[in-house]
Design a protein around this ligand. Structure first.
Ligand code: HEM
Length: 228
């Protein structure tokens, strides 16, 4: 009998199934350096740039998925992050932030997978939606606090607006509602298993971006890459 047949809510299954990878993400070199206050603001800006490509893929698809029976219920305007990322990037990089901005190879692969799911597999898109937005509403708040203290951004101001959900007054209640949406997702048990697999893939895709960001950081700090 597969796990979804045991009556365990889907929101619990997906959280438990991704728990190990969540710990890996939290303890990745890039994230631990960020939370440990060991990164310069340039590394934070590079991370924010990469997020822009991911959220553009997630949010460009929102319009066409709004009426989809599986992904539609998850599309909620208060989650949208592209405008906030663009404001943060203007603050971090200046008005011309977009010129010459390129995704890292891992970011390009991640955004391409999100776009592919959005186009051809809305249930897979749900996995990507969950992995990013529920994370931003949770650990994102820890990252914001750290970024404000490390680089002196105004509390909830320019530079960290990505982490501020102005339209969500009570994040804990919102997350409860989101888990109810997951529990009610319009998918059979096999499809739910596939969503869980895609969530794991989403964590892997994030991990690959962190590794490439970590390598870029090591090279600008005179670390092993530039020394080689
Ligand atoms: C240093 C980085 C991170 C920290 C400190 C962190 C911390 C947390 C915490 C404390 C929660 C639990 C919140 C709650 O139960 O309400 C959480 C949940 C979550 N995080 Fe993270 N996180 C980090 C990175 C990430 C990353 C990189 C991802 C994926 C891209 C991610 C995805 C998630 C998801 C999907 C949840 C929701 C789990 C669920 O309740 O279903 N997190 N995180």
């Amino acid at each position: 009998m597969d796990a979804t047949a045991t009556g365990t809510p889907f929101s619990t299954l997906i959280r438990v199934a991704s728990h190990e990878q969540h710990t890996e993400a939290e303890t990745s070199t890039f994230m631990s350096d960020l939370l440990g206050g060991r990164l310069g603001v340039a590394a934070y800006a590079r991370y924010t740039e990469q997020l822009w490509f991911v959220y553009r893929a997630l949010e460009e698809a929102a319009g066409s998925l709004r009426d989809d029976p599986v992904a539609g219920p998850f599309i909620q305007p208060e989650l949208m992050r592209t405008a906030e990322l663009e404001r943060d990037l203007a603050h971090l990089r200046g008005a011309h932030w977009r010129e010459r901005l390129e995704p890292l190879p891992a970011t390009a692969a991640y955004a391409a997978r999100v776009a592919e799911c959005a186009r051809s597999w809305p249930a897979g898109y749900v996995a990507h939606h969950y992995t990013r937005y529920l994370g931003d509403l949770s650990g994102g708040q820890i990252i914001r606090d750290k970024a404000e203290r490390t680089w002196g951004f105004a509390r909830k101001g320019d530079g960290v607006r990505f982490y501020v959900f102005e339209g969500i007054a009570n994040p804990a209640a919102f997350k409860r509602g989101y888990r109810e949406l997951l529990d009610a997702v319009n998918a059979d048990d096999l499809e739910k298993q596939r969503i869980i697999e895609e969530c794991k893939r989403a964590f892997d895709l994030n991990g690959a971006v962190f590794r490439e960001l970590g390598a870029a950081t090591a090279s600008d700090q005179g670390g092993p890459l530039s020394a080689a």
